[in-house]
Write a protein that binds this ligand. Structure first.
Ligand code: HEM
Length: 366
């Protein structure tokens, strides 16, 4: 102890014990996946696997597929998170066992006054609110949106509290606004970069609504190429790059044990760019979603709106909105790239999948 003269033996023992506890605590949860026999990147004490192989997980999770396969374990700091890309497991988690084991998303409890929003509430509370809201979003109601709104509002007031109604209205704006805006921005970008696709789409638009005629609901939803273009753009840039569910109880799915409270994360962005599922995944090719090719796509490999009972409540509404806006713009304008267009795009590391800088394109009148 000659070189360490300042502390007594007792102090040293305390200090070393403290350091040991500190390190053990930081690694305490980090053995879970090894014990379960699930592969994954090695975690750092406290830090977990965040930033270990990349700066932004969502955009680079694709590298894990080649390394670990379709299921792997990660750690967000000390929290274990199971990443699942296997379509059969996804069907079980998102659809078959939605009501029994995987009803809820993770809740970081930062919602403030929006604590009872349909996207965050849990279990029976979620089922009740979702059941009240779902009828507002059927295709018939979307079509009749304006006429029916007054009628619906009376139904809502009978079934939800004042606070619940206010929360859902605010949440729809939050959930719907940025996702739809991002989808439209990426559509414009993809069309500008693929003029032959834009031309073909404009031809479909012009033949469906001649002489820049008014856009009608039925015809809009029957436009096949428009549907393919929107689907392909959302494959490359799904605004929600990840989905998640939390296991309510310990459950075994296809030989893999998922312990109670484990977060199951679905890396949608990586799934949409998996070269095993999508040849030339970086290319914008709407024909992947043509009527004929669509049949061979496994529905659990394409999840821009999630799936199962807890999927996006506003999906139909959002698709009508996005298609309508796109058709009306393309009736009158064309997009092309210009000197200021960023290729490839730098993605925003935080929140939704989106560009870091505003997308700049050239717009010409037709
Ligand atoms: C292009 C636009 C949109 C995209 C890409 C999108 C995507 C998503 C995704 C991926 C989820 C999670 C699904 C899951 O976990 O399985 C979700 C949930 C949700 N979305 Fe959307 N969304 C869009 C627009 C909208 C709009 C316009 C509304 C409302 C008017 C809306 C309302 C909701 C709600 C309420 C939930 C939570 C549902 C629940 O927990 O029961 N979304 N959305």
């Amino acid at each position: 102890m000659g070189c360490l003269p300042f502390f007594s033996v007792e102090t040293w023992i305390l200090l070393i014990t403290f350091i040991c506890i500190f390190v053990i605590y930081g690694n305490w949860t980090h053995g879970i996946f090894e014990n379960l026999g699930i592969p994954g990147p090695k975690p750092y004490t406290y830090w977990g696997t965040i930033g270990r192989h990349n700066k932004v997980c969502t955009y680079f999770e694709i590298i894990f597929i080649t390394k670990y396969g379709k299921v792997w374990g990660m750690y967000e700091f000390r929290s274990p998170m199971l990443a699942v890309m296997d379509p059969d497991m996804l069907k079980t988690i998102l659809v078959k066992q939605c009501f029994t084991y995987f009803t809820n998303r993770r809740n970081i409890r930062l919602n403030g006054d929006l604590y009872d929003s349909v996207s965050t509430v849990e279990d029976d509370h979620w089922r009740r609110i979702r059941n009240v809201l779902t009828p507002s979003f059927t295709s018939g109601h979307i079509k009749e949106m304006f006429k029916i709104m007054k009628h619906l509002s009376s139904k809502l007031t009978a079934s939800l509290t004042d606070h619940e109604i206010l929360t859902q209205a605010t949440m729809f704006m939050v959930a719907g606004y940025e996702t739809s805006a991002t989808t439209l921005a990426f559509l414009a970008y993809n069309l500008a970069r693929n003029p032959e696709v834009m031309k073909r789409l404009q031809e479909e638009i012009d033949s469906t609504f001649p002489n820049k005629g008014a856009v009608r609901y039925e015809e809009l939803l029957q436009m096949e190429y428009l549907d393919s273009v929107v689907n392909e753009s959302m494959r490359l840039y799904p605004p929600a790059g990840r989905l998640d569910r939390v296991a309510k109880k310990t459950v075994e799915i296809r030989g893999i044990t998922i312990p109670k409270d484990m977060i199951v994360m679905i890396p949608v962005y990586a799934l949409h760019r998996d070269p095993d599922l999508w040849p030339e995944p970086e290319e914008f090719k709407p024909d992947r979603f043509s009527k004929q090719n669509k049949r061979s796509i496994n529905p659990y490999t394409y999840l821009p709106f999630g799936t199962g009972p807890r999927n996006c409540l506003g999906m139909r509404f959002a698709l009508v909105l996005v298609k309508l806006a796109l058709v009306e713009v393309l009736q009158n304008y064309s997009f092309s790239v210009c000197g200021e267009t960023e290729i490839p795009l730098t993605m925003d590391p935080g929140g939704l999948v989106g560009p870091l800088n505003p997308i700049k394109l050239k717009v010409t009148t037709r």
